[in-house]
Design a protein around this ligand. Structure first.
Ligand code: UT7
Length: 323
């Protein structure tokens, strides 16, 4: 059977690193509060003129280098983002142009913090159907541009960044021992819009708007939704908390990650945690964490990795793959 497998990873964080102490000079907060409630110690903020497509292109270039491939080897680009450079065109087409690719197809998916999982699942469908051969799957965000920097309940939580993987179709045996994506599960429920949204847009205010969140409400739903789609992934593949090698969750909040891992019985040493270094980078967070743990040698070829995310919409999803 045809499967898709990850053959390269890359990520990029903007140079400007903003610590909790830096933020405490701007809003009524403290390093102690942010660390205790979220685990975040610092986030990166894009420079003036540095856009989502620029971050995405840097992460994509690193993923291509890691894979040992040329840009022309790619015939599909999918970007998960909620902070595009412009209302249109898609960030993906700008990445395509930046990389000098003139063939194939490029488009964005809007699933906010679940954007990378949704983009990966979509690319997997395109590759396993035979429609395309090699994809760049990217999560890229400049959330700093939609934050209300006077609202301490949200501005301390988010950051900018990008991560990418190169996904390649191949003929597999069709067993759970195969390399590549073994299952994906996506869900959404639009009734929760008011709990996490941006209060502007082209068709409402004609402005970009600011992020608004009822943090406690999101937190309440997060763990249940995350564990549900992970149970789906385990049921579909026969893998379990005990037999996966790594858990690379969406990096929103250390407490949500720990509570989810505890509920699922995933051992703490299997959890990849990078939220302390970049805050919640929405769709970029999973490929950022994945890139970190692959490059530092923790995640090795042949190991089984579980990813999950939950975010605005609500949207949520999981994917399980063997590297
Ligand atoms: O990717 C999905 C997107 N979102 C999330 O994953 C976020 C999910 N939610 C969360 O992570 C948590 O709910 C937060 C980190 C946002 C908040 O933590 P919490 O433990 O739920 O705190 P809370 O909202 O219940 O607020 C507790 C107190 C409040 O004061 P009072 O009302 O108890 O006097 C807040 O005003 O903390 C106060 N507070 C702050 N204090 C210092 C809120 N933000 C801050 C702050 N600094 N930045």
């Amino acid at each position: 059977m045809r499967r898709s497998r990850i053959v390269g990873v890359g990520s990029y964080l903007p140079a400007n690193r903003v610590t909790n102490e830096d933020l405490a000079k701007r809003v009524d907060t403290s390093d102690e509060w942010i660390t205790q409630r979220t685990g975040i110690k610092a986030r990166h903020v894009a420079a003036t003129g540095e856009t989502t497509s620029m971050l995405a292109t840097k992460a994509a270039t690193r993923a291509l280098e890691h894979a040992g491939l040329k840009a022309s080897d790619i015939d599909l680009i999918i970007v998960g983002t909620a902070t595009p450079d412009f209302t249109f065109p898609a960030v993906a087409t700008q990445v395509q142009a930046n990389l000098g690719i003139t063939h194939g197809v490029a488009f964005d998916v809007a699933a906010v913090c679940s954007g990378f999982v949704f983009a990966l699942a979509t690319a997997d469908r395109f590759l396993t159907s035979g429609a395309n051969k090699r994809a760049l799957v990217i999560g890229a965000e400049t959330f700093s541009r939609i934050l209300d920097w006077t609202d301490r309940t949200t501005c301390v939580l988010f950051g900018d960044g990008a991560g990418a993987v190169v996904l390649e179709a191949y003929d597999a045996a069709g067993t759970p021992d195969d390399q590549g994506i073994l299952t994906t599960h996506l869900r959404s429920d639009g009734r929760h819009r008011e709990k996490l949204y941006v209060d502007g847009g082209p068709s409402t205010t004609g402005t970009v708007g600011h992020l608004r969140m009822e943090g406690r409400e999101v937190f309440k739903h997060a763990v249940g939704m995350i564990t549900d789609v992970i149970h789906d992934a385990f049921a579909a593949t026969g893998y379990s908390a005990g037999t996966i090698d790594w858990f690379v969750p969406h990096q929103a909040n250390r407490r949500i990650i720990t509570a989810s891992a505890d509920k699922l019985g995933i051992a703490p040493e299997k959890v990849v945690l990078t939220v302390q270094d970049h805050g919640n980078t929405s769709a970029a967070s999973i490929p950022l964490a994945l890139d970190t743990a692959i490059r530092d040698g923790r995640i090795r070829k042949g190991q089984v990795v579980l990813i999950e995310a939950m975010g605005g919409g609500f949207t949520w999803g999981s994917a399980l793959f063997r590297l």
